[in-house]
Write a protein that binds this ligand. Sequence first.
Ligand code: PLP
Length: 415
Amino acid sequence: MSYINENFMQLQESYLFSTIAKKVEKYTKENPNKIVIKLGIGDVTRPIVPECIKAMHKAVDEMGTQEGFRGYGPEQGYDFLRKAILENDYKSKGIDLEIDEIFVSDGAKCDTGNIVDIFSEDNRVAITDPVYPVYIDTNVMSGRSGRFNQEKGIYENIVYLPVSAENDFKPELPKEKVDMIYLCFPNNPTGTVLTKEELSKWVQYAKKNKSIILYDSAYEAFITQENIPHSIYEIEGAKDVTIEFRSFSKTAGFTGIRCAYVVIPKTLKGYTKDGEEVSYNKLWNRRTCTKFNGTSYIVQRTAEAIYTKQGKKEIEENIKYYMENARIIREGLEEIGIKYYGGINAPYVWLKVPNNMSSWEFFDILLEKVNIVGTPGSGFGPHGEGYFRLTAFGTKENTIKAMERIKRSKNLLTK
Ligand code: PLP
């Protein structure tokens, strides 16, 4: 007989995107003449930029030649990409890292999920609420969550850090000692950010408590304001306490191509039960070599092209395109008096649902009466209730149309 990993029994079904899909399908079946605009799922719509496509074609052609053919590559990523990352994302910003502190992967979802492998099951984990669900579910799977409390909608052993309009979407430091802290800024789903001063409080907390911060900056490219850190390593001392996750998914439209990276500084240490200091970089390297055979050469060459002068210019245009959508969404909501957050340093606008409606009630009205799909905030955690996420990743035409519809429905939505 084989026994299962019973931690999986603690997982709560995530009905969010499947419920959305079912509701949208039912509505469109019953109303075939209505055109529904989707501003729900956070997937990009702009095609891959020409500079990346050129690099991809070149890499494909190379693979068909005897000299250019590549088999298994280095598990940690090819040096050409790791160097480009190091120079452009860190050294040029005054952050000193080494090449073997960067691990290239096939996505930040895998990285943020797999990282739990190198941490003890006994660690106490703090997670903001609402949140990108991967952080919670992977800690449930690996036995750190305790039981799910149905009444409260939370796991007993996870320390939740609520973020809402009341604290301006800035999580407060945990009252108790925690060992692992997940932070994501610019934030999915709220679209909000922390300043350098605000982030340094977390670095200090982690230093004092010998905790590790798992910092997801998948949306770093969308920051427009100054004094908002692009990397947590801009904060003094962060290299001793932080793992940083980055992704090319939203930066360069790689959601389908798949490429990301994680930074684990060599100064980052954890402890055995006997108090022996161990390098997390070493553990992750060991894990990577055992469980991963590297991101494909073609994909890494495509990612490298993001860092050329032309590549930078082209992806910047795409980012501007999405942030223009965010502006259109923000201004539309403002016009009809719906309170919103985010959308300035992130491609997400997080709006306060009017009239004390629940997130799902608002979803239904928006779908059935305005023909627009968004994401109910409660799907990201209990403190997301009463909020709603709109994404700026749609096409400009659809975003304009959607906001015109919303403005025309002002009475329906806000009365
Ligand atoms: N981290 C956050 C906060 C995200 O919102 C997402 C995707 O939506 C990811 C990571 C996943 O990125 P990737 O496509 O690189 O797996």
